[in-house]
Design a protein around this ligand. Sequence first.
Ligand code: V47
Length: 451
Amino acid sequence: MTGEYSTAPGAGRAVPDAGAAVARQGRSDVRYPVCGGRGTDVGEQAPLGAVDVARHIRPGVEKAMTMQVAEESGRHAQAVAHVQSPMPARVRAAGLADIAEKLDTGVRLEMADGLQLFACPDLLALGWLANREREKRHAGRTYFNHNIRIEATNVCVASCLFCAFARLQPGDDGAYTLSLDQVWDKLRARADQPLTEVHVVNGLHPELPFDYYLDLLRGFKRIRPDVHLKCFTAVEIAFFADLYQRTDEQVLRELMAAGLDSLPGGGAEVFAERVRRKICHDKCGADRYLDIHRTAHRLGMRTNVTMLYGHIETLEERVDHMLRARALQDETAGFQAFIPLAFHPDNNQMRKLPAPTAAETLRVHAVARLMLDNIPHIKAFWIATGVETAQTALWFGVDDLDGTVQEEQIYHMAGASTPAALTTGDISRLIRVAGRDPIERDTLYNVVTQH
Ligand code: V47
């Protein structure tokens, strides 16, 4: 198999510390915002227990982590004693006291709450609530991984209006399909890098045999048996099942036998039928997307779920999307992360729409943290949000920044001006200057290194 391949622009660029949107939060003993305790109607955040941390940690770093948490808890108690936060009053003034009360007492937020959060005029009050939920789960810990992105073909029979990456036919201008050797070379070329994940997303190619994908996985595992293969969206799984006349479950089982470890969250877009009909009418629907994730979870895989926001969707459709993801998570507990994806308008059929603002991006991530009480991680995909907004989002509910993401094309073809890649050192630094604690993880959130 042959085909043209053009690389994404540029090599990794360091992020200047001084350019960070959020300054470090002054004294280290008041690193986490706190409020005045239960008497002040919004309640006090619970210090994180060592048990919560140890769940995710490899032997060897466990002791160090436990000591760190103990120190943080001590600092936290000091901070409670010395800082009177103005935020509870601000939350009340923003009309969010009832929602804060629900969060404190473990009452679930529903559609009306989600709409109220989206309508809240005080972005900082919203962010503070989301940050409280983030810190209950993760304190200041912020995760990222060392990954590579591979898009083996951009030939795609679907005609999603937002997509700048796909080419309909193999011979179309700019269409490419990599040979298996070309794909494997991308991993071989990184032999010296301690990568832990390969993330593969492809177009829906109508002519490749199923063996192409099975061999692709087998080859990756031959080259790097230790690397986690997060490959193929639920939309691709549905396409394979229809094209190769198998059930969704058979497809998943065969791919798993060839080395597939988990599914990425792509293809979710917005679950509402009205939106799908308009922007992605010819790919698998929301129920099937969710059912494929349900099946993947039953077969023992972990997956992510995304939401493409900032185009024609209504606020109600956004909240509905989150509630549908939450309902599946109640059943299976198989989602690891929810990833809001900011719409990029260049070079696609929705280019007349403006891109979402940074404020909107912060709001969407914050609302996701508050609505999705059962999904452990909220990820800001820095390629899509921009680096500075991703840093700021670490105070608006986000605890994960994806990874180094070398060679990403889907967003860069749609106008993203973010670097093509960051090093682990870059990501670690940009997390630190945002006042958070960087932790390199693997795909399943085992700790690889504390930076
Ligand atoms: O499903 C395509 C989106 C997704 C555009 O699971 C666009 O860890 C904005 O799903 N503007 C693929 N978005 C990428 C994806 C992903 C990214 C990061 C992490 C993970 C994960 C998954 O990209 C597609 C679509 O929603 N997309 N075009 C665009 N113009």
